[in-house]
Design a binder for this molecule. Structure first.
Ligand code: HEC
Length: 211
């Protein structure tokens, strides 16, 4: 009788240890129960690691030079205005690169991306009162001061691309076109704070309930 308990306990442990870890991610390759030479699983194959030495190639490098005539599949990033926010003379671009079309569609896109990526810190109005402030993250600047109103669009582009102190880079989340869209929306937010009733087209002024 005692053996029945022992065998049952053993089977439970065995089943759990085999099935229980299915789907778990390991940082090391799994243990090989069956030796590779007897049951090849193709898990272990001879290979070169990047930037390592090679006895095989005459130049001693495992990294091979590109064959002549190779063409990049990515677009060439040779538009400094679009990709770096730089004007032709190397200063920060003022205004928007020729490659982006500044229209209502771009503003709408910018508003959407801004709400997702920037408003948690900078606030929906760009006044620095985002939700993160309630959790103790201070020092997020408002966009509504003269320094940032006068800052070249290209410099803002650079901040989004590279980040600044506590603000991380958004280059991996916003492609260049989206960064410009966000900048356009930042400009709209700034403009909204300094607007006057006379900026609203006459036909729409009554909707404001001011007249
Ligand atoms: C995690 C919070 C956080 C998020 C999210 C965030 N920022 Fe910032 N941002 C900051 C902080 C903090 C600073 C102040 C950096 C400094 O000058 O030390 C800053 C500064 C700035 C500045 C001023 C830079 C300067 O040169 O003074 C701009 C413009 C800006 N952010 C735009 C954006 C835009 C656009 C986004 C969205 C793509 C964004 N930020 C997302 C926290 C954030």
């Amino acid at each position: 009788m005692r053996n029945v308990y022992l065998v049952t306990a053993f089977l439970v442990v065995l089943t759990l240890s085999v099935l229980g870890f299915r789907g778990t991610k390991f940082t090391h390759p799994p243990m090989d129960v069956f030796p590779e030479w007897a049951f090849p699983s193709m898990r272990h194959q001879p290979k070169y690691k990047p930037q390592s030495e090679s006895q095989f190639f005459a130049d001693g490098r495992t990294d091979r030079p590109l064959p002549a005539g190779v063409v990049s599949r990515d677009p060439l990033r040779n538009d400094d205005a679009l990709y770096l926010g730089k004007a032709a003379d190397g200063t920060w671009l003022r205004g928007f690169p020729a490659a982006v079309t500044v229209d209502g569609k771009l503003i709408a896109r910018g508003r959407e991306r801004f709400t997702i990526y920037c408003s948690p810190c900078h606030g929906a109005l760009g006044d620095g009162n985002g939700i993160t402030k309630q959790y103790g993250m201070g020092a997020t600047p408002t966009y509504h001061d003269d320094r940032l109103r006068q800052m070249a669009e290209g410099e803002i582009f650079n901040t989004i691309t590279r980040g600044k102190n506590n603000m991380l880079s958004y280059a991996d989340k916003l492609k260049p076109e989206d960064r410009w869209a966000v900048i356009l929306y930042v400009r709209a937010l700034q403009r909204a704070q300094t607007g006057a009733v006379s900026d609203v087209p006459a036909a729409h002024q009554p909707e404001l309930g001011l007249k």
